[in-house]
Design a protein around this ligand. Structure first.
Ligand code: MSP
Length: 660
């Protein structure tokens, strides 16, 4: 496992195949890498962010032939689709690597030569089935109905002499590495998936292709009749781009801190092929983070289905900041998410137009009208409990964001920040500066100052997500440039007298038929207050109108909101001695320590069957002793004649997620 230097953060995306034009899945991964790099730089680390394109292999050779071009000319043209897209999405990569560059090819050849010299590569006979779409070999057993198990596409039977990397000899070391290093593959479920894959014997890896069959690749340095298998070549980009064998000082500084961000479909190539290649090359091992897929109507995007979302058209229609916000807020790193324009517009309209944009707009316009267009004086600090609460929530934000981003819970970091924005909205309705200004302008000014100061905290924490808009909004509220370290955010930093200059509504609402009935609630009104409270609880404000009659008949919403229901993952389970009904569970609720909960479900569930399952937990029930065991929470279950049946989310949900 790598022993990353605290101060360095090197992040990579996969290198994209040049044949396809970039779609929203590629944009997601690259924007996420950009967001992580920006956050880590705000945490005070020295960051390096690499992306690029994968240019060799059979698919590229064939695509070029179909277009009547040389593979190189085809690649030169296609790589621009990626290279040119990133700046338009505010992606600030430090480097862009192409696998046809000499700086890469020479390193691949040197790595191969070293492995050959050390006997890590041997020549043998290969027989198997080749899937050109994923450029991988499969055994007969692995085929599904005679087709590629990954794509369902055609495979070709191939028998030929080839070169092999002794991957199988690293199986035990790889298993130990994965077991001993929880951070080696994230999230946890993906690490378990790799360990599951390693339960079967690992084969050696065929790393060559005869030139007679494929010429578009890097020649093997020890046999000119062969080129290098595209994955062996591609994976080395992560090292060649930062100076392996060419600039050892630079390589030694960056490499030990590397994080590879990848999609779940290329987990094996990274966590098995690449990690064992690095073992053979005697290099530090990386941290791998696998994200899920963006789906359209629960189906993977694909060109053949014609459901591919083009990031450029989304950006042109709705703006880069809203697109980045949606991608980061909507997907839980590691899980799949559905992409729909309706979901996109909902986020844009509720979070950005209503909660954030409207707030900034109203505060600045009010200060322009009533406070000379500058940031008002902060007041003498003798504020109300609302002031103390606002300040405490603002000051806690940077630390919490740092923790959440460190755990890759990016969507939670965004949500926590938006909760502060909603808190500011509530603060404005609690302190009513728009009214108070008539009788006590100093108090109104102090309230506006505090609201703007809290907004400054939120905007700085949102800057990695929406660098362009946050920068503009910070200027608009008189806060100047974004901070370069989150540690520099200190309450009181907003200077009275700074000019305010908001020119237009920062996030204009997009009205589409299904949203026309949703009222946009002005900041500072009583409605805003309740809309914010509902939004905090995670309930769609649009549902408010329909929910009201029920609330009158039963308990009120605030009463319901007092019950803290959470998703929990069972880590350990055992029966309680002396009881056939009670089980003692250790449950992960997303907190630093698991909770012990005693549940009366032992007649219906064997302890071992519960491990790994997700349950719904009442998390804020007073702890009590059951059969001498402390129980800190309650498992929800519905019972009938057959006994209790536990409640569980319909799909995997991060532990600790609120149920509402
Ligand atoms: N060239 C290889 C990677 C080599 S890395 C040394 C490759 N390229 S790819 O262009 O096919 O895919 C690149 C990335 O895009 C993968 O991580 C893949 O998971 C991701 N995505 C492709 N479709 C996706 C979605 N629908 N959603 C999210 N990401 C997905 O594989």
């Amino acid at each position: 496992m790598n022993t990353s230097e605290q101060g360095v953060y090197y992040i990579t995306t996969p290198i994209y195949y040049v044949n396809d034009k970039p779609h929203i899945g590629h944009a997601y991964c690259t924007v996420l890498a950009d967001v992580l790099a920006r956050f880590h730089s705000l945490f005070g680390q020295s960051t390096w962010f690499l992306t690029g394109v994968d240019e060799h292999g059979q698919k590229v050779e064939e695509a070029a032939r179909k277009r009547g071009m040389t593979p190189q000319a085809h690649c030169d043209e296609m790589q621009a689709h990626f290279r040119d897209l990133w700046p338009t999405l505010d992606v600030a990569n430090d480097d862009f690597i192409r696998t046809t560059e000499p700086r890469h090819e020479s390193v691949v050849q040197e790595a191969l030569q070293r492995l050959w010299d050390r006997g890590e590569i041997y020549r043998g006979e290969y027989e198997g089935f080749y899937s050109p779409r994923v450029e991988k070999f499969f055994t007969e057993d692995e085929l599904v109905d005679g087709k590629c198990p990954e794509t369902g596409g055609e495979v070709n039977r191939i028998k030929e002499a080839n070169y092999f990397f002794k991957m199988s000899k690293y199986q035990d070391r790889l298993i130990r590495h994965l077991r001993d290093n929880p951070d080696s593959v994230r999230p946890e479920s993906r690490r378990n998936e790799v360990l599951g894959f390693l339960a079967k014997p690992l084969q050696d890896l065929c790393i060559s292709r005869p030139k007679s069959r494929l010429s578009w690749g890097i020649p093997l340095p020890f046999d000119g009749d062969y080129v290098t298998y595209v994955w062996f070549d591609a994976l080395l980009n992560y090292c060649s781009a930062v100076g392996l064998y060419r600039d050892e000082a630079r390589f030694g500084r960056l490499w030990p801190s590397v994080t590879h961000l990848i999609g779940k479909d290329i987990l094996t190539t990274h966590s098995v092929y690449w990690t064992t290649m690095l073992m053979a090359l005697e290099l530090p091992l990386p941290r791998i983070v696998a994200h899920g897929w963006w789906l359209i109507d629960k189906t993977k995007m694909s060109k053949s289905l014609g459901n591919v979302v083009n990031p450029l058209s989304m950006k042109d229609k709705y703006g880069v900041d809203s697109l980045r916000y949606f991608l980061m807020r909507e997907m839980v790193v590691g899980l799949d998410a559905d992409f729909s324009e309706a979901a996109f517009l909902k986020r844009h309209n509720y979070d950005l137009a209503n909660d954030l944009g409207n707030l900034a707009n109203r505060l600045v316009k009010f200060a322009e009208r009533s406070m000379g267009g500058v940031v008002p004086e902060p007041g003498d600090g003798s504020g109300t409990p609302h002031d103390a609460d606002l300040r405490a929530q603002s000051e806690a934000l940077p630390g919490r964001v740092r923790e959440l981003v460190g755990e890759l819970r990016v969507e939670q970091a965004v949500e926590t920040t938006m909760n502060l924005v909603r808190r500011v909205n509530r603060y404005v309705s609690e302190t009513e500066p728009f009214k108070v200004v008539k009788t006590d302008p100093a108090r109104a000014g102090a309230a506006v100052w505090a609201a703007l100061e809290a907004l400054r905290f939120a905007l700085n924490c949102l800057w990695p997500i929406m660098p362009g808009k946050c920068h503009a909004l910070l200027k608009a509220i008189g806060a100047g440039e974004p901070v370069s370290r989150l540690d520099d955010l200190a309450w009181g930093g907003l200077k009275a007298g700074s000019a305010l200059l908001l020119e237009a509504a920062p996030f204009p609402r997009f009205d589409v038929p299904e949203f026309q009935n949703v009222p946009v609630v002005p900041v500072g009104s009583k409605e805003a207050d309740s809309a914010a409270a509902i939004a905090v609880a995670g309930i769609d404000p649009a549902a408010k109108v329909e929910a009201a009659p029920q609330a009158v008949a039963g308990i009120s919403f605030p009463d319901f909101a007092k019950v803290d229901l959470r998703v929990g993952t069972v880590l350990q389970a055992e029966s309680v001695p002396g009881s056939d009904k009670l089980l003692k569970l250790q449950v992960d609720l997303g907190e630093p320590q698991p909770r012990q909960i005693v549940a009366g479900i032992g007649k219906a569930y064997a302890a071992a069957d519960l491990i790994g399952r997700q349950l719904v937990i009442v998390a804020n029930l007073e702890p009590r002793k059951v059969f001498g065991n402390l129980s800190n929470g309650m498992v929800l279950a519905a019972s009938d004649d057959a006994g209790p049946a536990v409640l569980a989310p319909g799909r995997l949900i991060p532990a600790g997620t609120r149920v509402s």
